[in-house]
Design a protein. Sequence first.
Length: 155
Amino acid sequence: MIKLPEIHATAVVPGRTPEELWTVVKDSPAFAPRAPHVIGVRVLDSGNRESRSTEWTVLLNGSEVTWVQNESTRPGLRLCFEQTAGDLERLAGEWSVVETSAGAQVGLSVSFELGIDGLAPLLNPIWAQSLQAHAEALLRVVSTTGLPANGSDQT
């Protein structure tokens, strides 16, 4: 089995509790107005308190990229997601929030597959860099945002 490209980003936020950051992480529709590269995030289906389906549209590598993902909460302040439809062949990852001695730490890991096997050696590093920047921008939003103002958070 071929190992998919992966990116990882973390940020420690002094003075914030894991629960405060978790509230922001779960409010993905609020990312659009706070992250310039995120064009929109729509909740398509709120199945229950532990899972839902969202549609993301973002700018990556100068192109508009759209996907639908299933999101599900897991024990220990974790939110897993997996693409069910969209422009990439595969996209999956996990948000996590933990307590550290320096403050709450938020992390985002993403694995992806473009679906262009012959060009993967050339394109994967470019897309990995773009997804890394995407993840780091989302972490900045989580790190600098107060509690969600629009009430769309999923608990």
